[in-house]
Every structure is written in C-alpha cells, then in structure tokens.
Design a protein around this ligand. Structure first.
Ligand code: HEC
Ligand code: HEC
Ligand code: HEC
Ligand code: HEC
Ligand code: HEC
Ligand code: HEC
Ligand code: HEC
Ligand code: HEC
Ligand code: HEC
Length: 318
C-alpha cells in the first residue's frame, strides 16, 4: 500500500469512528437526555420553583453550589435548580412530566447527573471502576446538596442540661452528609471497629481522616499510589522508607509495610501484625529455631533498626 492510501484509510476509519461516537453522544441516556433535547426556552429559572418548593429555594444559598450556579453568564443548563433537576418546562408538562428526582432514580443515573459537571474531580470511567460505583454507592450516598436550614442540622439534645447553651456545630465540609469518619463508619462498621483497638491510627481522635489514606474519588494516578501500600504509608512516614545504606528491602518480595503492620489498628503495640518472633520468622524461617535471643528480635535490644540502618547491615544500630 502506498503511504497516501494508508493515511486515507486511517482518515476514513477515524471519520467513521467519529460519526459513531457523535451518534452515541447525540442520544444520551436519562438523565442527560433531558439536557440534550432542551432548548433555551425550556429553562424557566430558579425563581419559578419558589411557589411550589419554597424551602429548597430559600436554603439553596447555603449550598456550596450556589455561588457557582447563580452566575447569570452560564449557559441555561448550568444555572440554578435546573442544572441538577432538568429543564422546568419538562417538569411542568402536564401530559408527560419529566424531571430528575434524586430520591427516585438509580445510583447510576445519579452519578451521571453529577458527573455532567464533575469531570475534573475524576472522569466517568475512573468513577465506574471504583468499588463504590460497583457497589451501587452514589454521589448522594455521601454528599448532601440541600443543606438543612441553619440550626436544624444536628441539634444537640440539651433538654437535660442545667445550663443549656446553644452549641453551634459547623456543617460538615465538602457538602458531606455527616462528619467524614462517622459517614464512612456507618457503612464500614468492621473497619471502624479496628480503630478502637489499643494501637490505632488516630482517626477517632480526629487527627486523621479515612480520606487521608483512601482516595474517595480516585483518579488513575491516585489509584496507582494506593495500590502499593508502601506508597501510601510513606507519604506520611517518609523516614521509614529510607534510603538507608543498608536497606531491609522486603518491599521487593512482599507488601512493604503491610508485611509487619496493620493499616487501621491492632491489639499489638505500634500497629504490628504480631508481637512475637513470628513476625520476623514469616520470612526468616531459617532463624526460627536456631537463632533465639529471647523476647522478640527487636525488643531484645538487637535488631532495633527494623526499617533499615545507615551503620549496620544487620540492623543492630540505627
Ligand atoms: C406549580 C408547582 C411546581 C413548580 C413551579 C415546580 N414544581 Fe417541582 N414538583 C411539584 C410537584 C407537585 C411535585 C411532586 C410530583 C410527584 O410527586 O410526582 C414536584 C416534584 C419535584 C421534584 C421531585 C421530588 C421528588 O423527590 O419526587 C423535584 C426535584 C422538583 N419538583 C424540582 C423542581 C424545580 C427545580 C422547579 C423549578 C425549575 C420546580 N420543581 C417547579 C410542583 C412544582
Ligand atoms: C447540585 C445539584 C442540585 C441543585 C443545584 C439543586 N438540587 Fe434539588 N436536589 C438535589 C439532590 C441530590 C436531591 C436529593 C436530596 C439531597 O441529596 O439533598 C435534591 C432534592 C430536591 C427536592 C426533593 C426533596 C427531597 O427530599 O426529595 C426538591 C423539591 C428539590 N431538590 C428542589 C430544588 C430546587 C428548587 C433547587 C434550586 C433552588 C434545587 N433543588 C437545586 C440536587 C440539586
Ligand atoms: C451544573 C454543574 C454541576 C452539577 C450538575 C453538579 N455540580 Fe457539584 N459543583 C459544581 C461546581 C462548579 C462546583 C465548585 C463550586 C465552588 O468551588 O465554589 C461544585 C462543587 C461541589 C462540591 C464541593 C463543595 C465544597 O464545599 O467544596 C461537591 C461535594 C459537589 N459539587 C457535589 C455534587 C454532587 C453530589 C452533584 C450531583 C447531585 C453535583 N455536585 C452536581 C458544579 C456542579
Ligand atoms: C464514599 C463517599 C463519597 C462518595 C460516594 C462521593 N464522594 Fe465526593 N467527597 C467525599 C469526601 C470524604 C470528600 C472530602 C475529601 C476529599 O476531597 O477527598 C469529597 C469531596 C468531593 C468534592 C470536593 C473535591 C475537592 O477537591 O474539594 C467534590 C466535587 C465531590 N466530592 C464530588 C463527588 C461526586 C461528583 C461524586 C459522585 C460521582 C462523589 N463525590 C462521590 C466522599 C464521597
Ligand atoms: C452508603 C454506604 C457507604 C459509605 C457511606 C461509604 N462506603 Fe465504602 N464501600 C461501600 C460499599 C458497598 C463498598 C463495596 C465493597 C463492599 O461491599 O465492601 C465499599 C468499598 C469501600 C472500600 C474498598 C475498596 C476496595 O477496593 O475493595 C474502601 C477502601 C471504602 N469503601 C472506603 C470508604 C471511605 C473512606 C468512606 C468514607 C469517605 C466510605 N467508604 C463510605 C459502601 C459505603
Ligand atoms: C493510615 C491509612 C489508613 C486510614 C486512616 C484508613 N485506612 Fe482503610 N485501609 C488502609 C490500607 C493500607 C488498606 C489495605 C490493607 C488492608 O486491607 O489492611 C485499607 C483497607 C480498607 C478497606 C478494605 C478492606 C478490605 O477488606 O478490602 C476498607 C473498607 C477501609 N480500609 C475503610 C476505611 C475506613 C472506613 C477508614 C476510616 C474510618 C479507613 N479505612 C482509614 C489504610 C487506611
Ligand atoms: C495521612 C498520614 C498517614 C498515613 C498515610 C499513614 N500514617 Fe501511620 N501515623 C500517622 C499519624 C498522624 C500517626 C500518629 C503519630 C503520633 O501519634 O505521633 C501514625 C502512627 C503510626 C504508627 C505508630 C502507632 C503507635 O501505636 O504508636 C505506625 C506503626 C504507623 N503509623 C504505620 C503506618 C503504616 C503501616 C501506614 C500505611 C498503611 C501508615 N502508617 C500510613 C499518619 C499516617
Ligand atoms: C520487618 C517488619 C517491619 C516492616 C516491614 C515495617 N516495620 Fe515499622 N515497625 C516494625 C517494628 C518491629 C516496630 C517497633 C519497633 C520500632 O519502633 O522500631 C515498628 C515501628 C514503626 C513505627 C512507629 C515507631 C516509630 O519509630 O515511629 C512506624 C511509624 C512504622 N513502623 C512505620 C513503618 C512504615 C511506614 C513501614 C513501611 C515503609 C514499616 N514500618 C515497615 C517493623 C516493621
Ligand atoms: C516480608 C519478609 C521479611 C520479614 C517479615 C522480615 N524480613 Fe528481614 N529480611 C528480608 C529480606 C528479603 C532480607 C534481605 C535478605 C538477603 O539479602 O539475603 C532481610 C534481611 C534481614 C537482615 C539482614 C541480614 C540478612 O539476613 O541479610 C536482618 C538482620 C533481618 N532481615 C532481620 C529481620 C527482623 C528482626 C525481622 C522482624 C522484625 C525481619 N527481618 C522481618 C525479609 C523479611
């Protein structure tokens, strides 16, 4: 084949592919279909919702979205209530009312409606490959768009107090439904329980959050970081990763830090998986019976530089 023919052939293929893609894009599924078929006239503006949905209109100014979506320069489909619920004319159509009612649609549809604008947080493909998306968790499982009116959010019970004072609780950040550690714990009870063990990462103390380690909206990049447990641990404990003159290079044969530590909590001190010689014997099997200094290999005062040493190849000194 001559070069021009090849170029032409490639051109044809991409033209056909492009047309197919355009075809797919021109017939999006619900709820994106509502925006696709709307003309400017189908949008009636947020004020028009007030007579029937006064509460939502009144409180919307407290939502993180208000400052953005009240911008009159945006295209109609990106403004106010209708940017999430669809064009008002369709909703008020007597014969065939259509709108996006988040309490009635599927998680997939909810995610598609939010991802319409949140492609920067992550791409749709990245979201669909998360355990959450596959487990039918949606954006609104964790996020709440309409804030409760000020003061009603989480009223503390002060009825029994002798000197009741009004305790103003700040709303959870990032439009979360509740404080993050509580939000995650509500669905992940067994992981939350691990943080009640003697030694644990200080999540209950409020010094760390689940999302400091877990990328809730993982992009392909952050997912890669989390895959290797070592990568995730050393983002905070860099000094444990070296480089050392003498590396204890278990990372090459196993899971790095996870060979010896639990991530959430442990009965043992310092989040250790085991507090016996067994911790070391899982790899150094030859030392299990013949080499017995007493206690554990590190508390006996011998291998004190477990993570690596700059002075001693046997990790006897740091
Ligand atoms: C004339 C009154 C009226 C106006 C104006 C109106 N709505 Fe509604 N809306 C209703 C009624 C009635 C329902 C309940 C329909 C049902 O339950 O099937 C409803 C339902 C909804 C729901 C679904 C609630 C749910 O969980 O089922 C949403 C969302 C909504 N409206 C948003 C809007 C928005 C946004 C606007 C402005 C663009 C708007 N509405 C304007 C009367 C109105
Ligand atoms: C950023 C997206 C977004 C915007 C903008 C938005 N809503 Fe909503 N709306 C939601 C979601 C999500 C829900 C489901 C409940 C929740 O998560 O807070 C909802 C619920 C509702 C409901 C049903 C109440 C219920 O509890 O089911 C009504 C009515 C409503 N919204 C009206 C409005 C009106 C009126 C506006 C404009 C002032 C508006 N919404 C702006 C996302 C949005
Ligand atoms: C029409 C576009 C649009 C839609 C639809 C939309 N958002 Fe947003 N959202 C934005 C923009 C823009 C911001 C950034 C606002 C800012 O930085 O002030 C934002 C901010 C947020 C934030 C961060 C708020 C904060 O305090 O930092 C969350 C969480 C969020 N959106 C969740 C959602 C969810 C959940 C949905 C679906 C129910 C949704 N959004 C639908 C445009 C949209
Ligand atoms: C499992 C709970 C959970 C789900 C599901 C979830 N989020 Fe979030 N989201 C969070 C948490 C926690 C934060 C704050 C910490 C962070 O930014 O990682 C957050 C923050 C955000 C922010 C602010 C980001 C920033 O950088 O400030 C946006 C926007 C957002 N989420 C949008 C979405 C959208 C869109 C979806 C659905 C596709 C979604 N979230 C699903 C928990 C969740
Ligand atoms: C509405 C319930 C719900 C909430 C809230 C929730 N999750 Fe999940 N989470 C799930 C489900 C369902 C799965 C799917 C796997 C499973 O069944 O455990 C999952 C899976 C996970 C996984 C396992 C990922 C994997 O690859 O196996 C992690 C990590 C996780 N969630 C972290 C979090 C964090 C952090 C939060 C808080 C920001 C959170 N989740 C909030 C329901 C939830
Ligand atoms: C210090 C970092 C860190 C913190 C903080 C953290 N995690 Fe994890 N989590 C990990 C690591 C690393 C793993 C994978 C290794 C493992 O399974 O032990 C993991 C695994 C998980 C899994 C998957 C378990 C499975 O069986 O696949 C869930 C679910 C989870 N974490 C939820 C949470 C929740 C909820 C919180 C907050 C209450 C939290 N994590 C806080 C590091 C952390
Ligand atoms: C987001 C930051 C962060 C990440 C990521 C992180 N840690 Fe931590 N780690 C902390 C903080 C904060 C403490 C508490 C330090 C203190 O109390 O001074 C801690 C404490 C520890 C301790 C000592 C616990 C004790 O009981 O004394 C160990 C061991 C530990 N981390 C191991 C790990 C391992 C293994 C990983 C990876 C799974 C990891 N860390 C990931 C922040 C982090
Ligand atoms: C071969 C087993 C082993 C591996 C692998 C390991 N540790 Fe440790 N780690 C220990 C032992 C044993 C202790 C307690 C003795 C000590 O303090 O050195 C400890 C203590 C710690 C402490 C708390 C004490 C301190 O010095 O702050 C942190 C934090 C820690 N490890 C982080 C890590 C990180 C991060 C990794 C991965 C890069 C890792 N560990 C890999 C065995 C290990
Ligand atoms: C996940 C496997 C693994 C675990 C668990 C582990 N090691 Fe190692 N260790 C290694 C590897 C691999 C080397 C390098 C061996 C080599 O080069 O021949 C090594 C090297 C050493 C060395 C240097 C001398 C030598 O044999 O090369 C000492 C000392 C040592 N480890 C002590 C310990 C102690 C003490 C523990 C328990 C706290 C421990 N190791 C846990 C895999 C492990």
């Amino acid at each position: 084949m001559r070069l021009e023919t090849i170029v032409l052939a490639i051109g044809m293929v991409s033209l056909v592919a492009g047309a197919a893609q355009q075809n797919r894009q021109s017939e999006p599924k619900f709820p994106l279909s509502l925006f696709a078929k709307a003309t400017e006239d189908d949008y009636i503006g947020s004020e028009s919702c007030a007579p029937c949905h006064g509460e939502q209109v009144k409180n919307f100014k407290y939502s993180g979205h208000a400052s953005y979506s009240n911008n009159p320069k945006l295209a109609h489909g990106y403004q106010g209530c209708e940017s999430c619920h669809g064009p008002g004319k369709f909703h008020l159509d007597e014969d065939n009312p259509e709108n996006i009612a988040y309490s009635k649609i599927t998680p997939k549809e909810i995610n598609a409606a939010c991802m319409r604008c949140h492609g920067e947080t992550m791409s749709a493909g990245e979201w669909h490959s998360t355990a959450h998306a596959q487990g039918n968790v949606s954006c609104t499982s964790c996020h709440q768009i309409h804030p409760k009116p000020f003061g009603e959010a989480e009223k503390p019970d002060i009825s029994g107090a002798s000197n009741p004072t009004v305790v103003a609780k700040p709303a959870p950040k990032k439009l979360l439904k509740s404080e993050e550690s509580k939000l995650c714990a509500d669905c992940h009870k067994s992981e939350a329980a691990q943080f009640r063990l003697n030694s644990h990462h200080p999540v209950p103390e409020g010094r760390l959050e689940c999302s400091d380690c877990h990328a809730v909206h993982p992009t392909n990049k952050s997912r890669k970081d989390m895959k290797s447990v070592k990568g995730a641990c050393v983002s905070c404990h860099a000094e444990k990763a070296g480089p050392f003159v003498y590396e204890h290079d278990m990372g090459t044969i196993g899971d790095g830090c996870a060979e010896c530590h639990r991530a959430h909590g442990s009965h043992n001190p310092e989040l250790l998986k085991s507090f016996s010689r067994g911790l070391c014997a899982q790899c150094h099997t030859e030392k299990a019976t013949t080499h017995y200094p007493g206690r554990t290999c590190w508390t006996a005062g011998c291998h004190v530089a477990m993570h690596g040493s700059n002075t001693d190849p046997n990790f006897l000194k740091r």
